[in-house]
Write a protein of this length. Structure first.
Length: 178
């Protein structure tokens, strides 16, 4: 594209492996969501109206973590899993054209990881947004998405899609690494 980097960046959302990245720890959940929600316009915290708060609560409720009841809690006081969940909602409400997930469940406990993946998949299905998920978890790589690209030493060693991908199991991918 010929669009300038800063303009292109408005259409790309990313969630990092480290739950501490991507949020402002001294701002509340509501304030972090407001920044994400208004980032395509001119980022601001105010004025947030009742409709915005209601929308934020609805999005947080999808997580099933009761974060919608803690809108005035500072992000820095949340656990890593809660913080990652808020990061996911922040990226979803910014309505990206491309969503980059950099091992976004790696630092989470298994139950929270599964919940975050479920919400991620629901968003991707409903929005149709192009998504790239980076993971070392082979089961997650096969369970999510419709294409699996395998790298070794920075090079693509296989690109699975369609019926070939559907027939894969984790042992097939592990065998690629000897």
């Amino acid at each position: 594209t010929w669009e300038k980097d800063h303009k292109r960046a408005l259409h790309i959302s990313r969630i990092f492996q480290d739950p501490q990245l991507g949020t402002a720890p001294d701002l509340t959940i509501a304030e972090n969501l407001a920044l994400a929600y208004t980032r395509k316009a001119s980022p601001s915290l105010f004025p947030l109206n009742k409709k915005d708060y209601r929308f934020f609560r609805e999005q947080l409720k999808l997580l099933g973590m009761d974060l919608e009841l803690r809108m005035d809690t500072k992000i820095g006081l949340l656990s890593g899993g809660q913080r990652q969940a808020v990061s996911l909602v922040m990226e979803i409400i910014s309505q990206p054209k491309l969503l980059l997930l950099d091992e976004h469940t790696a630092a989470l406990d298994p139950q929270t990881s599964e919940r975050i993946l479920d919400v991620t998949n629901q968003f991707v299905r409903e929005s149709g947004v192009t998504t790239m998920m980076i993971t070392h978890n082979i089961k997650d790589a096969l369970k999510n998405g419709d294409r699996t690209i395998v790298f070794n030493d920075g090079k693509i060693i296989h690109d699975y899609r369609g019926a070939e991908r559907d027939e894969l199991d984790p042992h097939d991918l592990q065998a690629l690494y000897g």
